[in-house]
Design a protein around this ligand. Structure first.
Ligand code: IVH
Length: 680
């Protein structure tokens, strides 16, 4: 019997591996997704019952189901550099002159599209994908191998005549259509849409659940080959080879003999880019010959043999139909411009943030105006100006609302703050729901079986109005609960309801959150100005919630990096009896309200010292050094000030930092000196 089971597990494992290969590498599946899922489920069931027979690298953990809690940080073999940017024809020709000065004029350029996504470095050993790292800080990145393996266009195995070891670098991105579809699904499910394809690609690659990543439509182009034996002589030749190994290389690449030809390529693509199915934000120009690239070398930050030409951001003009106001978790009221839909870089823009009353006043933007809209770096589109020629002379200036659009309470504006606030903390629905959303968010209690839509459902049903209410929920209250949701696009309403499985998931998620550490619970409570770093500091200092609740302002501001503003906010929070009661209910529910004792310090050699770590190190990674500092009683701080005890400096420490340290008389300590310092 057990032999039979073992054989079945092996057969299923091999079959699924083959189908994965057909699907991901050959892009030619031979069975339906449904059949595949059925086999996968069966294998999962058998592996759960007979874990002793589970095969190494089983498809159940390779695709689907794998959870990565924290991504490992791994050093790049070769630092992942960025490119210099140019924004004008003049700057581009300057680049050409600089190159010619160094290598003469007998050379060619390659011109490639500059894909707007996130950079990735993928290693293949003996043709097998072994590692994929994000760019990170350029020196070390996150190991996102399992997630990258879900991208259909990236082969798990190379074909043809590939080298023994090779690293290929490129860009991961999302096609606009796939992005739009994904976003409308999210909206229908009551989830927040992503701002743009780049953000959603970057967010997706860092997701912990591999099966979720697999559902998101990611794609990739590779544009840089690193390897010891470069038999190929040119960049273009290397990319053609990479293509022959089965790697996704973009075809819209040209060789240009002169900078004028480069410019013609740029002009063509500036017009044509809107017809592509994905976003590009410029053109990358590289010297084609590897020997010449080698002669040109690198500056500290980027290669001298390549440059990026960035397109001007596209601007559209459209009509401002109305201004609406959104109330957030903290009660801050954000004005939002509702626009006549307009196409901007391939997506339809209907809304833009107006930020606050000052921005409205500065733009003097009025309902009915024709406004100019741009996508900034962060791509929630913004209004950059008003076309005054088209303003009706009867239009009145915009006045900011006086009452909360959700609960009609009179708004307040604190001195020195740009935002208007609704002070009705405990009676204003978006504030109540927002606080619960914050409580369950990833950095806080991480209850991912709940989301915006479900919280809204629970709130509307009168089941929750504070985070503590979550812990009183029962399965029977959740099972069958329903809510009708309006699809803004179509105007249709749909009934969504919680079925047994989701209800149980929610209960399980809430139960599991009782294991979350005290500092994250403290962050989740949502005291104003208490972000996750501050919550850690407070948890470490006060050790438990009751000590914090009783702390006076003086005790609070004594904690390192806690100033009056945060201190007062904590005092104010616990002065409200409803807040104290809510927290006591969390205590009673069994949440972690005490700081777990960490490892005992190794020594007090760095006691009271504030240290800045900067640059690239040879013996330890930056994170290891930071951990060492804490183990010896020191404290890591981000920027150099007169209070800094010393700067632990590696190679490539930026000149600006060095200058600042010297000016303030802050000591510079090398890696070796530091090691002697803590060991000596
Ligand atoms: S080459 C050492 N080629 O743009 C040269 N980069 O702003 C490495 N990018 O970090 C980069 N498309 O993430 C290169 N065809 C392309 C590119 C490209 C997009 C990204 C890449 C790079 C950034 C620089």
């Amino acid at each position: 019997m057990s032999q039979e089971i073992q054989n079945t597990i092996i057969t299923l494992t091999e079959s699924l591996r083959k189908h994965n290969y057909d699907y991901y590498v050959l892009a030619m599946p031979t069975i339906s997704d449904r059949e595949f899922d059925a086999q996968l489920k069966e294998l999962e069931r058998l592996e759960a019952a007979y874990p002793q027979y589970k095969q190494a690298n089983s498809p159940t953990s390779v695709v689907g189901g794998e959870i990565t809690k924290d991504f490992n940080t791994v050093k790049h073999d070769v630092p992942m550099l960025s490119l210099g940017n140019t924004y004008s024809k003049e700057e581009l020709y300057d680049f050409d002159n600089r190159v010619k000065k160094l290598i003469g004029d007998q050379f060619e350029y390659t011109c490639e599209l500059k894909f707007d996504g996130l950079a990735i470095g993928i290693k293949y050993k003996n043709g097998v994908l072994t590692q994929a790292l994000t760019r990170g800080d350029g020196v070390q990145g996150d190991d996102v191998t399992t997630n990258v393996k879900t991208i259909r266009s990236i082969p798990h195995k190379l074909v043809g005549n590939y080298p023994e070891e090779v690293e290929v670098r490129g860009e991961i991105f999302m096609h606009r259509k796939a992005f739009a579809k994904m976003n409308s699904d999210r909206v229908a499910a009551g989830e927040k849409p992503f701002a743009n394809p780049r953000n959603s690609a970057a967010g997706t690659i860092k997701m912990q659940e591999q099966s979720e990543v697999a559902k998101r439509p990611l794609d990739a182009f590779l544009y840089h080959i690193l390897g010891d034996e470069k038999e190929f002589k040119t960049h273009n030749g290397a990319l053609l080879k990479a293509k022959a190994w089965g790697l996704p290389v973009n075809d819209d690449m040209r060789i240009a003999k002169t900078i004028d030809e480069v410019w013609a390529f740029i002009e063509t693509w500036d017009k044509k880019r809107k017809d592509l199915s994905y976003d590009i934000d410029g053109i990358v120009i590289k010297v084609n010959d590897f020997n010449l690239q080698h002669d040109l070398g690198f500056t500290a930050k980027s290669p001298r043999w390549a440059i990026a030409y960035k397109f001007e951001t596209e601007r559209a003009s459209t009509k401002l139909e109305s201004i609406s106001y959104q109330v957030g978790r903290t009660g801050a009221v954000t004005p939002v411009a509702n626009l006549e839909p307009v196409l901007l870089l391939g997506t339809t823009v209907k809304r833009a943030s107006l930020h606050n009353a000052d921005v409205i006043a500065e733009l003097d933007v009025r309902v009915g105006d024709t406004v100019f809209v741009e996508k900034g770096g962060e791509i929630i589109p913004k209004i950059v100006g008003v076309n005054l020629d088209e303003r009706a002379n009867t239009s009145p200036p915009t006045t900011f609302i006086h009452e909360c659009p959700e609960c009609s309470t009179t708004l307040i504006r604190k001195e020195g703050e740009a935002a208007h606030y609704c002070p009705n903390e405990n009676g204003c629905p978006p504030q109540i729901k927002g606080r619960i959303e914050h409580f369950i968010s990833r950095k806080a209690l991480n209850i991912d079986s709940l989301g915006e839509g479900k919280i809204s459902m629970l709130f509307d049903a009168g089941l929750v109005s504070t985070p503590a209410d979550l812990f009183d929920l029962s399965f029977d209250q959740l099972n069958g609960l329903s809510k009708s949701v309006l699809n803004e696009e179509t105007g249709e309403t749909r009934l969504i309801s919680l079925r047994e499985k989701s209800a149980q998931k929610i209960i399980d998620g809430i139960q599991a959150s009782k294991e979350i550490s005290f500092d994250r619970v403290l962050y989740g409570i949502g005291i104003r100005f208490v972000g996750s770093t501050v919550a850690k500091k407070l948890a470490e200092h006060f050790k438990n919630i009751h000590a914090l609740m009783e702390a006076e302002l003086e005790a609070l501001v004594n904690v390192d990096e806690i100033g009056d503003k945060i201190g007062q906010s904590v005092v104010d929070y616990f002065e409200i009896s409803a807040n104290r009661e809510m927290v006591e209910r969390l205590v009673a529910a069994g949440l972690q309200m005490e700081q777990e004792e960490g490892e005992a310090p190794l020594s007090s050699k760095l006691e009271g010292m504030k240290v800045v770590v900067s640059g690239v190190f040879t013996q330890f990674s930056r994170n290891e050094l930071k951990a060492e500092i804490e183990k010896h009683g020191g404290q890591n701080v981000g920027s150099i000030s007169a209070k800094t005890s010393f700067v632990l400096a590696g190679e490539n420490m930026g000149p600006a930092k060095l200058e600042k340290a010297e000016k303030l008389g802050v000591r510079i300590v090398s890696e070796q000196e530091f090691i002697e310092m803590i060991n000596g």
